[in-house]
Design a protein around this ligand. Structure first.
Ligand SMILES: [Zn+2]
Length: 495
């Protein structure tokens, strides 16, 4: 995941005590006992699934909570409502209208869309920026709805033995200490769950079915595939749009779709208004949002929470919605910064060291660049073996920051010194330039006179390349654009 953020405040902060795992345990036990066949509503097929609809919805809710915490929801109520309206229209004409459908724009610059079981559908703000019309968006949503109505995830989960989705002791006790093992929660696994080619073709066909039912032109789903292909070609295949990396061979899918769509009467589709869609994108954050944390080399800055931190040189830093993590080059040690759910240092220390799996010998008081802290070493026994580490608790701006360095026995021996240095580097962020950093934003501009993108680009400031702007607009830089047409622009200005 890229472009994710650290926002440790408020109700989104996830508490995952052992009680949160009871539903999962229940599902696992139920799964082991009750394999069964079900008819898949969208296709009429009978397939072996191990999960009832109630369990599917429960799995979806668990995944949703993780996705919202790790990736984050884009804070724009109007855009969320718009997405919900477009999505629900199709969900209601699908074979599973009774599901608790939920459509969300994620605060992620990656170009991605995916579905969790039970009707939870996500599009990133990154993919919204690249769409050129509501019908294209409907194509993406229709495809994802198709995965849910055809129960692809549910069937795949059954095949893969859902038991794998259980969590290790380590994560149950300390969800923030992920990253050293390859454990990931359900939500994260779903992000990378690849469906078979057959499943993808089926989701395409179902997407077309739902588009037709609400009068949207299904050719726009083909346009989306072309857009993704152009993007991946432009990026040299190295940095694939994520939707493409989990949705292989769009070329073949296009041929398949074209054969289905060709005999349709285009006059049955409602007239499109791409300009209305572009106006909705006005002000949309483009690219990563530096207000939610950015890095310069090994230094990390969080303007919204007004802190800075220095990680060991050469470590990989990953800024997520509710944590910042860094891992050593050999992945044998890691550091995580999270907010404690406690309001006082003493309570945070007691809470952290409470589980019986952890051994510790008390903490000592430290001054962390003017902020009071407590620091203590520990050894944690997990089902991956023993973890060695040091935890620092800092009271800063009315919150308790929990910064934990940890590693395997050999990893800790190698990295303990640089980790301790890093822990104690936490400091107030006062630099006005860092504090006032702003994300890039999209702007929909109506052309006063006909021109080419290249000519217009030469007259006006734009923080991205002409080629990137052309890709965003899906326009050739030298094609004449008629007067009055809206184009997507990127600006550094405030909203
Ligand atoms: Zn798909």
């Amino acid at each position: 995941m890229s472009g994710s953020t650290l926002d440790l405040e408020g109700p989104r902060r996830r508490k995952r005590g052992p009680s949160a795992f009871i539903p999962i345990l229940f599902i696992l036990i139920a799964l082991l006992l009750l394999p069964r066949c079900q008819t898949v509503p969208a296709t009429g097929e009978t397939r072996l699934t191990l999960i009832s609809t109630a369990e599917e919805i429960q799995l979806g809710r668990e995944a949703d909570a993780q996705i919202r915490t790790t990736v984050g929801v884009y804070a724009d109520q109007r855009l969320q409502e718009y997405l919900g309206a477009v999505g629900l229209k199709m969900a209601e004409v699908s074979e599973r209208p009774q599901l608790p459908w939920c459509f969300q724009v994620l605060d992620d610059a990656a170009i991605n869309a995916f579905a969790a079981p039970g009707g939870f559908i996500y599009v990133t703000r990154g993919i919204l920026a690249y769409c050129n019309s509501e019908a294209e968006l409907a194509g993406i949503l229709g495809h994802e709805i198709g995965h849910v109505t055809a129960k692809h995830a549910v069937i795949n989960l059954s095949r893969q033995q859902v038991i794998q989705f259980g969590f290790g002791v380590l994560e149950q006790v300390y969800p923030e200490l992920e990253g050293i093992s390859d454990l990931a929660g359900i939500g994260m696994q779903l992000l990378f769950l690849k469906f078979s080619r057959e499943d993808e073709l089926e989701a395409d066909e179902l997407g077309v079915r739902y588009m037709i039912r609400i009068g949207q032109n299904p050719n726009r789903l083909i346009d989306v595939m072309e857009m993704l292909e152009r993007l991946s070609q432009a990026r040299g295949g190295g940095d694939l749009p994520q939707w493409l990396s989990t949705h292989p061979s769009p070329g073949n899918r296009r041929v398949n779709l074209a054969a289905i769509i060709e005999p349709l009467d285009e006059s049955a589709f409602k007239p499109e208004d791409p300009q209305a869609y572009l106006r909705r994108l006005n002000g949309l954050v483009y690219g990563k949002d530096p207000r939610e944390g950015y890095t310069e080399g090994s230094r990390f800055f969080h303007p919204q929470l007004r802190f800075q931190h220095r990680f060991p040189e050469g470590w990989r830093i990953s800024n997520q919605e509710s944590s910042v993590k860094a891992s050593g080059p050999d992945r044998s040690a890691a550091i995580s910064i999270t907010l404690s759910e406690h309001g006082e240092i003493e309570a945070a220390v007691r809470g952290f060291f409470a589980p019986p799996e952890i051994a510790w010998e008390g903490t000592r008081s430290v001054d962390v660049n003017g902020n009071p802290g407590e620091i203590g070493e520990f050894v944690l026994s997990s089902d991956q073996g023993l973890l060695y580490g040091e935890a620092l608790f800092i009271s800063y701006n009315g919150r308790i920051y929990q910064i934990v360095g940890y590693g395997s026995k050999s990893g800790w021996r190698r990295h303990a010194t640089v980790v301790r240095e890093s822990l104690l580097s936490f400091a107030t962020l006062n630099d006005p330039e860092a504090l006032s950093v702003q994300p890039l934003r999209l702007e929909a501009i109506a052309l006063r006179q006909s021109t080419t993108l290249r000519d217009y680009y030469e007259q006006r400031d734009c923080p991205i390349d002409l080629s990137a702007l052309a890709l965003l607009n899906r326009l050739d830089p030298d094609t004449e654009i008629p007067q009055g047409q809206l184009i997507k622009w990127v600006t550094t200005g405030q909203q």
